[in-house]
Write a protein that binds this ligand. Structure first.
Ligand code: NAD
Length: 263
């Protein structure tokens, strides 16, 4: 049986309808959480996830909409009075750019994503991945400060560090997530709030399923472990959120199976 290190906790998990967010919700329940607000823009998906978790409640919210994020946290404040753990896993990839990377690899042509990248594609990734992180951190800080503390984990990406060619908008959004989370970690520590970040490499989730097969193979090639499971990442995320990481503040935990650290 899992250790009950989240006994009695009230948690708020974004991106809970799929992949890592869903895995975090299941793990929080197994580890004793009292209430898990499972938050996602995809209402059907998150309702399916919560149907199998007694303590979870689905909450519809678009992280790129500041009003919706504020209202969701107000709802938590009204219903539970506090939030102890916030995991912000909602995020998007860009399947069009992935397709262009794949086509260039297949054809042997030089890669051309940057010159074709539209304003809309840029804004979509930045508004969900970066603006969304700001809105969630801001509301989490407001509520946790009132409650006397808590723990926040954001999800960045190893792609902010190895900056995959043809993925500038995604890499920039996640580099922003890393920097914002570290700045927030310093500011919020005096209020008893710990902020940390997990930076995953390839993980087998809905997002990975949108990567063309050949590109997936290339990303999994080499001596590194290849695709991790969502449960493995949930373990990393919940380590940072748990009392075991009491001394870990502002960390960017790289969890990429050695993808670029293994020679
Ligand atoms: N899968 C990977 O290989 C990988 C690698 C590095 C980082 N990441 C990051 O990990 C996080 C989790 O991704 P995942 O792999 O579990 O992806 P996923 O696609 O399986 O799940 C993401 C969830 O976020 C939700 N979401 C998307 N836009 C939203 C919005 N505007 N508001 C609220 N919810 C929204 C989706 O509906 C989905 O349920 C993301 O931030 C992603 O960028 C993923």
């Amino acid at each position: 049986m899992a250790e009950k290190d989240f006994e009695g906790a009230v948690a708020f998990v974004t991106g809970a309808g799929s992949g890592m967010g869903a895995a975090v919700c299941r793990a929080l329940a197994a580890r004793g959480a009292e209430k898990v607000y499972a938050v996602d823009v995809n209402t059907d998906a998150v309702t399916k996830v919560t149907a199998e978790i007694d303590c979870a409640q689905p909450l519809a919210m678009d992280v790129s909409n500041a009003d919706q994020v504020r209202e969701a946290f107000e709802r938590v404040a009204a219903d539970s009075g506090r939030v102890d753990v916030v995991v912000h896993a909602a995020g998007v990839d860009d399947p069009v750019s992935k397709q262009w990377i794949y086509e260039a690899r297949e054809s042997g042509e030089k890669l051309d994503v940057l010159s074709r990248l539209t304003d809309d594609a840029w804004r979509r990734v930045m508004s969900i991945n970066l603006d969304g992180t700001f809105y969630v951190l801001r509301e989490a800080a407001r509520l946790m400060r009132k409650g006397g503390g808590g723990s926040i984990v954001t999800v960045g990406s190893s792609s902010a560090l190895d900056t995959l060619s043809g993925y500038p908008h995604y890499a920039a959004s996640k580099a922003g997530v890393h920097a914002m989370s570290q700045a927030a970690a310093k500011e919020l520590l005096p209020f008893g709030i710990r902020v940390n970040t997990v930076a995953p490499g390839p993980v087998d989730t809905g997002m990975a399923a949108r990567t063309p097969a050949h590109l997936r193979e290339a990303m999994a090639a080499g001596p590194a472990r290849g695709y991790a499971t969502a449960d493995e990442l949930a373990d990393n995320i919940l380590y940072l959120a748990s009392p075991a990481a009491a001394n870990v503040v502002g960390a960017i935990l790289l969890s990429n199976g050695g993808q670029f650290t293994v020679p």
